[in-house]
Design a protein around this ligand. Structure first.
Ligand code: HPA
Length: 269
């Protein structure tokens, strides 16, 4: 597709030639970006065909540099369905990362805790997901050059990467739960009945991102892993009104351990 070529040519001309690992940093989880020994930082709005953020107050950035001995390409700021982007726009940067040569994608997000054994502020490695989003990035003609029409999703999160995450958590003394992420469109938080429904269908956490990118990764056979920071407890029987500033503040408290975890994994890739 012409769009892919134009974006790739632009990023390569800026010097992004050989990233090894892609990273997507979720809401309130920008701390890791500050640890990257950056060679280049590109604003999304400079990049041809990148979705342009109109809603968010801070602009997205692509950061290229070294982290734990790896050449990484990190997205500081991701695109959500509730912002009005199409699914194809949301996964465009992931496809570009793969075309630039990354061999793995590490993702973080903020999520609500459905399984109340996982407390506020804790971390969960996503082992599987339930897609409740109303659209899919693979709808429409298949890009045969990227992947097959009906991609397998039996192991959407790479078992080897997940093993590395569990080992890294142990080595760093960080408690890392594992579980199922349910993706919803948002932007409203859920009702009590919806939280009960999510618990019944087997979700451990709920969030508004990640699944489109993971579907795109599986389509392209790009190994990926994702960690959720549990920012609020979604107990239908004692539901307090949601406070978005509290959710973002809780994400920030988990940033340090998330950074240590990601750095440890990168060093052992
Ligand atoms: N629901 C959906 N998305 C979220 C939540 C939630 O409770 N918390 C953080 N992201």
């Amino acid at each position: 597709m012409k769009q892919f070529t134009e974006t790739l040519d632009y990023l390569k001309s800026r010097g992004i030639t050989a990233p090894e690992t892609g990273i997507i940093l979720g809401t309130g989880l920008g701390d890791l970006a500050g640890h990257i020994d950056a060679e280049l930082i590109v604003d999304y709005e400079e990049i041809p065909h990148f979705p342009v953020s109109t809603v968010e107050t801070h602009k997205g950035k692509l950061i290229y540099g070294m982290l734990s001995g790896r050449k990484v390409l990190a997205m500081q700021g991701r695109f959500h369905y509730y912002e009005g982007y199409t699914m194809q726009q949301i996964v465009f940067p992931v496809r570009i990362m793969k075309m630039l040569g990354v061999s793995a994608l590490l993702i973080s997000n903020a999520a609500g805790g459905i399984n109340l054994e996982m407390g506020k502020g804790s971390l969960m490695l996503i082992d599987d997901h339930i897609n409740l989003l109303p659209a899919n990035p693979l709808t429409g003609p298949n890009h045969n050059g990227l992947g097959t029409r009906f991609p397998d999703m039996s192991r959407p999160y790479d078992p080897k990467l997940n093993e590395l995450f569990m080992k890294a958590a142990e080595a760093e003394g960080i408690k890392l739960h594992t579980g199922v992420y349910a993706a919803v469109a948002g932007p409203n938080l859920e009702t009590r009945a919806e939280y009960r429904f999510l618990r019944t269908i087997g979700a451990d956490v709920v969030g508004m991102s990640t699944v489109p990118e993971v579907i795109a990764c599986n389509h392209m056979q790009l190994p990926c892993a994702a960690v959720s920071v549990i920012t609020d407890e979604c107990d239908p029987d004692n539901l307090a009104p949601a406070d978005i500033s509290d959710i973002i503040a809780t994400a920030a408290t988990a940033e340090k351990s998330l950074t240590r975890l990601f750095k440890h994994v990168l060093a052992n890739l």
